[in-house]
Structures are given as C-alpha cells and as structure tokens.
Design a protein around this ligand. Sequence first.
Ligand SMILES: NC(=O)C1=CN([C@@H]2O[C@H](COP(=O)(O)OP(=O)(O)OC[C@H]3O[C@@H](n4cnc5c(N)ncnc54)[C@H](OP(=O)(O)O)[C@@H]3O)[C@@H](O)[C@H]2O)C=CC1
Ligand SMILES: CC(C)(CO)C(=O)C(=O)O
Length: 337
Amino acid sequence: MRVMIVGAGAIGGFLAAKIHQGGHEVCVVARGPHLAAIQADGLRLRSPDGAEIIAKVAADDGPERFGSQDLVITTLKAPALPSMLPRLGAALAAGAPLAAAMNGVFWWYGHGFKVGGQEADTRRLDPDGALAAIPPQRAMGIVIHSTNEVIAPGVVQNRSAKNRFVIGGPTAESMATAATIADALNGPGLTMLADADIRRVMWRKLLRNLSSAPASVLTGGEAYDVLNDPDARSVAQALFAEGAAVAATHGFSELAQEAPDVFRVGGGARQKPSMSQDVDRGRPMEIDTILRSVQDFARQCAVPTPTLDTVIALVLLRARLVGAYPRPPAQQPADGQ
Ligand SMILES: NC(=O)C1=CN([C@@H]2O[C@H](COP(=O)(O)OP(=O)(O)OC[C@H]3O[C@@H](n4cnc5c(N)ncnc54)[C@H](OP(=O)(O)O)[C@@H]3O)[C@@H](O)[C@H]2O)C=CC1
Ligand SMILES: CC(C)(CO)C(=O)C(=O)O
C-alpha cells in the first residue's frame, strides 16, 4: 500500500515508522529541523524500553511531489488541517481515503448523525467549509490510544505499553474502506482495528481528554497531577460528568459508568496532555475539537455544562494570551496600542 502521513510529528512519526516496518511504501510530510533529520538519517522511533527502529521513509515539506496514494493519514493538529487540504489534490487524485488521526470531534461527525431530529452541530469544526469538500465516503477518523513525543529532530519517543489505533468513518462505504485499511495495516508491530461504532470510540477518548487537558493548561500539571490532586480532581470529575451527559444525548449513555476507571487512584499519564504542551509552546491549540464542540453539542441539546463553560472561558484567555487561539474581532488591539 502507498501511504502518506501528513504532519509526521509524534503520532505521525509513530505511525509512519510502524507502517513502514509492516512493508508498506510510506512517505511523510514534515517540516523544519525534524524534516531535515528524517531526510538525513531516517525516522527514529524509540520504544519505552529504549529499543529503536529507523525507518528510511521518503520525506518532504509538502505532499505535492509524492503523487497519488492509496491512503492519506493526516496527523496534523486539528487547526492545521484546513489549510493543508488544498495541497493534497495529487495525493488524493486516484480516490484515496483521507483518515484523520486526532483527538477530539472529527469534522465529519455530524454527517448523517441526527440528535433530536437535527444533524449534530459541527459548524465550528469547519467554519469555512473547506473540510466539507472531502466526500464522506472517503472521510475517516482514527482514535489514538498511544502516547508519543518528538524528543529531538527525527526522533519520536513512544511512552505506551500498548498502542492501539481504531479507524472508522461516517458512511457504510467509508466503514468498508476502514475495515480494508485495518486489515492491511494491522500486524505484529501495529494494532489498527476498524470499529463500525467509531463515534462511540471517539467519545470514550474525548471524555478522557476533556477531563484532564483543561486543568493541565491552567495549572501546568501533568495528567497524573490533575487526576490525583484532591481538589483539581473534582474539577476533572465534574468535566467528565458533564461530557458524559452530553455523550448520552448522542446515544452513548453507558460512558458515564467509566468514571471509576478514569479516576482510579494513580491513573493519568506522567506527561502533560498535548493541548497543554501546545500552550507552553504558543502553538495553535485543539480547543475547538476537544472542548468547544462538546459545548456546542450541549447547547444544541440544552444540557447544562457550568464547569465546562467556566474552564473554556479560562482556557481561551490563556490560549489568547500566548497567541495560540484567535481573539474575537472586538478584542483586536487598535492600531498603535
Ligand atoms: N502526542 C500524543 O501522545 C497524542 C496525540 N494525540 C493527537 O494526535 C494528533 C497529532 O498530535 P501530535 O502528533 O502530538 O502533534 P505534533 O505536533 O507532534 O505533530 C504534528 C506535526 O505536523 C507538523 N506540521 C504542522 N503543519 C505542517 C505543515 N504545514 N507542513 C508540514 N508539517 C506540518 C508539525 O510541525 P511543527 O512541530 O513544526 O509545528 C508537527 O511535526 C492531535 O490531534 C493530538 O491531539 C492523541 C493522543 C496522544
Ligand atoms: C496521551 C494523552 C492520552 C495524554 O492525555 C493524549 O491524548 C494527549 O496528550 O492529548
């Protein structure tokens, strides 16, 4: 299979190395010193035990020169996807599916998915309509259960004992394609499973991100700190409960029962959630896909979310102060100020 990974950072680097190891033809789109290191020495993936694989993959700063692919996986942070899309024409020309491996709500989530007689409100995720150009039968999402970080240019450190990726899409046709992709990619080095109920899988992960990421953004703590501090933990539990109440209006009421697992003593990664790493680096944050989309769903179904509303307001301010989220037009400073 010819597979392109667009935005081969932490997650994309893991996937590229593993898919390459599985015998597929892999090319990656990256940039800066990370790209230069991949081009010079290959993509290096380190396991938690220190073992390393080096994947000699083709790499460039754009997708254009690689030509048509059988599968395009984007592992860009969500805010970067719309501006990349117009550049993917050649890669997608032969009808390749586009799978987004990401946290949060997929832009296609509402396609054919009614909540109280209305399509779920995902307008915030595609305000300019760029992503709507992807035909739903070729649109896919990958839910990630794997922790990785780019620790040096060209070097990805994996930090999970188990790494599991779950793929699915919004239509019967995209689900059939997702099953074919999972068959092709799943193997000893990579767990890639298809799930026809991908929205449920998405929510399970989303509730975990939603619970721990905001307090980490606001306090600088790791996910472990947020989930084990007696005071911050109650904020995380309230966020989980509100998110689970929203998920229930979408038909996923059993997810509320997972709270004891999420909040078991000693749980939570010994690493800052990626949204918190982004605010530290002043990089565009996935606030719309992980937080505000859930708030939009809540408003559509009249579910009260007082804790979520409060933390979103504070996270937005923190993000705006470091330039990681746009200010509303009314708050743009006047010339000369
Ligand atoms: N890391 C993790 O452990 C987990 C991440 N996720 C999710 O996975 C998704 C990907 O996250 P992650 O891998 O951590 O993110 P990274 O920032 O590590 O990877 C994204 C990569 O895309 C690159 N990039 C951005 N724009 C362009 C462009 N125009 N051209 C070329 N390269 C570009 C970035 O470069 P640059 O660095 O220069 O911006 C970066 O290397 C997110 O949705 C995240 O929430 C989910 C579970 C765990
Ligand atoms: C790895 C994990 C689960 C940590 O919260 C994550 O999804 C993230 O960093 O966004």
